[in-house]
Design a protein around this ligand. Structure first.
Ligand SMILES: NC(=O)C1=CN([C@@H]2O[C@H](COP(=O)(O)OP(=O)(O)OC[C@H]3O[C@@H](n4cnc5c(N)ncnc54)[C@H](O)[C@@H]3O)[C@@H](O)[C@H]2O)C=CC1
Ligand SMILES: Nc1nc(O)c(N)c(N[C@@H]2O[C@H](COP(=O)(O)O)[C@@H](O)[C@H]2O)n1
Length: 282
């Protein structure tokens, strides 16, 4: 029997307008390194950014500590959201620390309706083995085998428990850079690659590095759904706080949510919105 209870009709109505599919977009976007690229209509999946935060904007007690913030009701909400997305994406940091299952246990979910787990892991540092929870669930027919988004020639042999989705990266530029250990792939490249594999919607769950980057990409993210748990985790936790921004030499807010709605789920608050400027009302 599933540990996930169905949501009420009122809960479902609250979430409805934030679910994929969205209107298709033709727009310009800016990557955090300052480059711009155009997103063509339907070129990238619908992107939902969702995570659970404490009142001090922490998503884990410490780097390396898997931390439960969501109560039973918001956990059910997360699994309902997973049911409505083609893929669930996390970063290598989360995969290594949390050993997540990345499947959907919402009542009625079948193997066919399971989301595709995706791990952004340029150098394949997450050990894909039969003891990884995501692989166990796939072997038991309770989820799909993960895809690893990595760079070509990452030096790791392909593992038959997972599939590599390779992203072309300018390795020459990388090797000449001062920080050659950090490989930064463009989000548009990652999302285009997932779209090319048939993923029309992606639920991005974290961790902090990924959330902080995506909060600065309002034209990439379609919906933001944050669970706020009534607790403070305290200093030393893993913090959601995007890089400081400035405009015309003046400090400015890093990110805004517009079209906001909130609802109580058990003891937690769920805040939904779309990224954009404070002054954008539509
Ligand atoms: N409360 C919540 O909802 C959640 C909490 N977490 C917590 O977050 C923590 C992990 O956060 P982080 O350490 O920041 O790890 P992360 O999960 O954000 O992964 C960061 C890694 O992903 C890869 N990556 C991310 N963006 C990339 C890009 N553009 N190009 C290339 N590679 C990229 C890199 O390997 C990078 O080191 C864990 O403690 C976990 O428990 C994670 C997810 C949700
Ligand atoms: N929504 C939410 N609430 C929390 O309290 C969390 N710790 C997380 N973490 C995310 O969920 C993944 C674990 O998923 P499984 O239940 O193992 O499938 C974890 O990797 C984080 O992405 N999320």
């Amino acid at each position: 029997m599933s540990d996930i209870s169905p949501l009420s009709e009122d809960d479902l109505a609250f979430l409805a307008s934030y679910l994929p599919p969205s209107a298709q977009r033709v727009t310009k976007t800016q990557e955090s390194d300052g480059t711009t690229s155009t997103i063509k209509e339907g070129e990238i999946p619908f992107v939902t950014l969702t995570y659970a935060s404490s009142l001090d904007s922490m998503i884990a007690l410490a780097p390396g500590a898997r931390t439960t913030l969501s109560g039973p009701e918001t956990k059910s909400m997360t699994h309902y959201l997973r049911l409505h997305h083609d893929a669930i994406l996390v970063g290598a940091g989360t995969a290594v620390v949390d050993d997540p299952g990345l499947n959907c246990r919402y009542p009625g979910a079948t193997l066919q309706t399971q989301p595709q787990p995706v791990i952004v892991d340029p150098r394949c540092r997450f050990e894909v083995s039969s003891s990884a929870k995501v692989c166990q669930l796939a072997a038991d027919g309770k989820g799909k085998a993960p895809w690893i988004v990595c760079v070509e020639d990452n030096g790791k042999p392909e593992n038959d428990l997972a599939r590599n989705i390779s992203i072309k990266t300018d390795m020459a530029a990388l090797q000449s850079s001062s920080d050659s250990q950090q490989i930064s792939m463009q989000w548009l490249d990652i999302l285009r690659a997932l779209k090319a594999e048939g993923m029309n919607s992606v639920m991005i769950e974290g961790g902090a590095t990924i959330i902080n980057a995506l909060l600065l990409l309002p034209n990439v993210v379609d919906a933001v759904i944050v669970t706020i748990a009534p607790t403070w985790l305290g200093r030393g936790g893993v913090n959601v706080s995007p890089a400081a921004q400035s405009r015309g030499g003046e400090s400015t807010n890093a990110a805004w949510l517009r079209q906001t709605s909130w609802r109580q789920f058990g003891n937690d608050v769920v805040l939904c919105g779309r990224l954009g400027d404070r002054d954008t009302t539509t």
